[in-house]
Design a protein around this ligand. Structure first.
Ligand code: G4P
Length: 291
């Protein structure tokens, strides 16, 4: 599993990121906001709504390969009901990435019609990619620019580091602007912090691995008990009557993770559970559910 990137956040950086995004908005026709389909709410900051105001926007529910497909459909419908187009993508394999360009054109149809009326045919569509760290921004840019002149996209997640705007020619009449500032998650919310730690988006320095895995297991047991039992060959225990650490111990025992004296090596079990969740080995799981 990848090393979890750690990011330090300071109010000054946030203000600067906000300013950078606001300024760059003038350069683009549309904002492409990436979110994590497993935690659609926790992986975005609602402050973005205030920043982008009436700018056309499209939401990407990324990493949909790891999320529950039925839930992803519901999230797409939920956004649609709010008048926002959302598309589910897998920017790692590139699956469904070709859905994005037509969806963007559709959102911008009135604007494109105006350009054409003015004789501006062939004007490229300029889009800004925004999203919290690790949500898949550079993967999306790489996939959209694959084969193009832009080469491999480079994205640095260092708040406070001044960056010039980086444009990528994505072909098919698209130009992509890499996030001008880091869009921070809603760190002040503890549940959000936990969910970001579950998915590996941020390192949680407060919570120990076993505590984190125990909380994650309790959530999975409540939402996807059959998948949990199947993965760890558990005999459908009554999860509702169990604490997270009890589920963790059960899994450790089942996997034969013992230390001297026959005690269960819960730390090893916790690392395994977190890795397996982050690798979607427990199944396609959406922790934030819609409907
Ligand atoms: P960022 O620019 O927003 O910070 O995110 P980045 O593209 O670097 O992606 C962060 C991690 O998420 C990468 O994994 C990337 O491969 C993975 N990823 C991005 N999009 C998807 C997706 O749609 N599905 C899945 N399953 N994973 C996705 P990594 O472990 O850091 O790197 P690596 O595994 O690619 O080597």
């Amino acid at each position: 599993m990848e090393e979890i990137k750690s990011v330090q956040w300071f109010p000054g950086h946030m203000a600067r990121a906000r300013r950078q995004i606001e300024q760059s908005l003038k350069l683009v026709d549309i904002v492409i906001e990436l979110t994590d389909a497993r935690i659609p709410e926790s992986s975005r900051n609602p402050v973005l709504d205030q920043i982008i105001r009436n700018k056309p926007r499209i939401v990407v529910l990324n990493k949909f390969d790891m999320a529950d497909p039925a839930q992803t459909d519901r999230w797409v419908a939920w956004y649609k009901a709010k008048g926002i187009t959302a598309v589910a993508l897998d920017c790692k394999s590139g699956k469904a990435v070709n859905r994005l360009a037509p969806a963007v054109r559709q959102v911008l149809a009135p604007q494109i019609a105006k350009w054409e009326a003015k004789g501006m045919t062939g004007r490229p569509i300029r889009a800004m990619i925004v999203g919290i760290p690790n949500v898949g921004k550079s993967s999306l840019i790489n996939k959209m620019c694959a084969g193009g002149k832009a080469g491999k996209a480079e994205v640095r997640d260092q708040p406070g580091v001044t960056r010039r705007n980086t444009w990528f020619a994505a072909g098919k009449g698209f130009e992509l602007l890499d996030t001008p500032g880091v869009l921070w998650p809603k760190f002040e919310d503890q549940t959000v912090g936990l969910r970001l730690a579950f998915t590996g988006a941020v390192r949680d320095e407060i919570m120990d691995t076993e505590g984190l895995a125990a909380l994650l297991l309790k959530e999975i047991a409540a939402l996807y008990p059959a998948q949990l039992s199947a993965r760890y060959k558990l005999d459908n225990p009554d999860y509702s009557a169990m604490q997270g650490w009890e589920i963790l111990s059960l899994i450790g025992r089942k996997r034969g993770m013992l230390i001297s004296g026959g005690e269960i090596d819960t730390e090893r079990a916790a690392n395994m559970v977190l890795d397996e969740f982050r690798g979607a080995k427990i199944g396609r799981i959406t922790l934030e559910q819609q409907g």
